[in-house]
Design a protein around this ligand. Structure first.
Ligand code: NAP
Length: 289
């Protein structure tokens, strides 16, 4: 194994925490940078931290991720996701450090009838999606050695997410109404981290789509989360649950490039979910002791 010094931005976030743990378990020298230690909107701080720590690669998990709130504070979303990423890209370029940027399925408009490839045109429908695309463009503008990893519908042990919310609500309420006309792929941060660890060991830069395997909608995802629980789940159309940000109705990502690069298929979203729910159960039992 080629041990690397890896600096992770947004290291206290949901993905940041899972990724740091995974990379450490693979024997890398991980430098976790939470927002308090590295604010990506502060160019001088970015320059100081990167030149002092001299990592072999920066993995950029820091982001503005409040999809609906972004509609009412676009300047902040673009400051963090656009200019913040640009700061990192400029400094990485000067110091000749490669950068891995996490992006989103929300850079697409959802009008496809088959999974989006890495070369399909982007057309975000929301401020959040546009700001993530601005980050992608900043990375491509300044760097030759970069990975852009688009992922979707994340959940995992270290942050507020759909699985935990639905699981908790299912124990409180007799019935849940969940939208059934948005199609995509749920992805656990634990399995995404393993894919990313495999990817960076190849040194093959480029744009990748990395999600768990398979296709579902939020209603069927919720049914799988609540299997065995005493709750009724009803499908509703998006128009009955209006939110400030428009989501793509279809955002399945084609992972062919990733699969041929890392040499393996991602695990199914059902398997990742099952593993995560088991982990939750073990943690809950341990907390009661
Ligand atoms: N969650 C999803 O469903 C999803 C789907 C597709 C792609 N992604 C992408 O995956 C990546 C990780 O997302 P996540 O779910 O782990 O998000 P998250 O839990 O919100 O983590 C983002 C982290 O970035 C930090 N941050 C915010 N502003 C910052 C700044 N100016 N400088 C440094 N750090 C800052 C946040 O700190 P505070 O919380 O203290 O502000 C938080 O710790 C992001 O690029 C996101 O766009 C996420």
């Amino acid at each position: 194994m080629n041990k690397k010094k890896l600096l992770v931005t947004g290291a206290s976030g949901m993905l940041g925490q899972a990724l740091c743990a995974c990379l450490e378990s693979r024997g890398h020298d991980v430098v976790p940078m939470p927002k308090e230690a590295l604010d990506v909107t502060n160019y001088d701080q970015v320059a100081k931290v990167l030149s002092e720590s001299e990592p072999d690669l920066v993995l950029h998990c820091a982001a503005y991720t409040k999809v609906d709130q972004a509609e009412s504070e676009p300047d902040l979303a673009f400051l963090i996701n656009g200019y913040g990423t640009e700061n990192l890209a400029v400094v990485c370029s000067k110091l000749e450090i490669p950068l891995l940027y996490f992006s989103s399925d929300y850079v697409f408009d959802g009008n496809n009838d088959k999974p989006y490839t890495t070369w399909d045109p982007t057309r975000p429908l929301s401020v959040y999606g546009r700001s993530k695309l601005a980050g992608e463009k900043a990375v491509m503008r300044h760097l030759r050695d970069f990975y852009i990893v688009r992922t979707s519908w994340l959940y995992g042990p270290f942050g507020r997410n759909f699985v935990d919310t639905i699981h908790a609500k299912a124990q409180e309420l007799p019935e849940l109404k969940i939208v059934s006309d948005q199609v995509g792929t749920p992805t656990c941060t634990l399995s995404l981290s393993e894919m990313v660890a495999d990817l960076i060991s190849t040194g093959r830069y480029g744009v990748y789509h990395a999600t768990d395997d398979g296709v579902t909608n939020w209603y069927d995802f919720a049914r799988e989360i609540c299997k065995g629980l005493d709750v009724t789940i009803k499908p509703i159309p998006t128009k009955e649950y209006p939110l400030p940000a428009t989501r793509p109705s279809y955002s399945v990502l084609d992972k062919t490039t990733l699969i041929s690069t890392i040499g393996r298929e991602p695990q199914s979203w059902q398997e990742s979910l099952h593993n995560y729910l088991e982990l939750k159960k073990v943690k809950a039992t341990a907390a009661k002791r």
